[in-house]
Design a protein around this ligand. Sequence first.
Ligand code: VGL
Ligand code: ZN
Length: 202
Amino acid sequence: MPADSALIVIDLQNDFCPGGLLAVAGGDEIVPAVNAMQAEHAAVVLTQDWHPGDHSSFAANHPGAEPFSMIEAPYGPQVLWPVHCVQGTPGAEFHPGLATERADLVIRKGFRREIDSYSAFFENDHETPTGLAGYLRERGIADLEFCGLATDFCVRWSAVDAARLGFRASVRLSACRAIDLDGSLAQALEELRAAGVTLTEG
Ligand code: VGL
Ligand code: ZN
């Protein structure tokens, strides 16, 4: 187990699993793999999408807008999502099968009404930090492995940011599942490779 490696588990929450409000197909299937991977790392970090009910990324808060349509937010294009991961609701809780005892840190994101946060490192303006980079650097952790939901949104943005921040980053694709909105999965894989993120299976 390298002293400087961390597993970053992205948004393995009820609302992203079958039966949830923004279900990712097969989202629950990755739970055993994610639990097993924890033993391979010195540190484990869990992220938790954590939105207020009036969050600006929810289509329901934009009269007349359909879920999965796009708007131009002050910080760039933004998908309007179904309501999901509202603070304090069962949908925002981790999947009940996820082992959480080993987690050193739970980092919540998306809690500011006016801005979405896909990445574990920055909000969608690419400027406002979550504090995770500082935490990992202070612990001397340089190697990061990502898994979780969804491959083409929060996993993608997190791993790309990690590489840009100078961490060695890999994504275990077999322990991720995608939303795949209009080719977003293919685009994500291309962007991850271009950013220097290692993609692994199994
Ligand atoms: C996510 C859409 C909205 C994710 C979070 O975890 O990938 N996707 N919020
Ligand atoms: Zn969200």
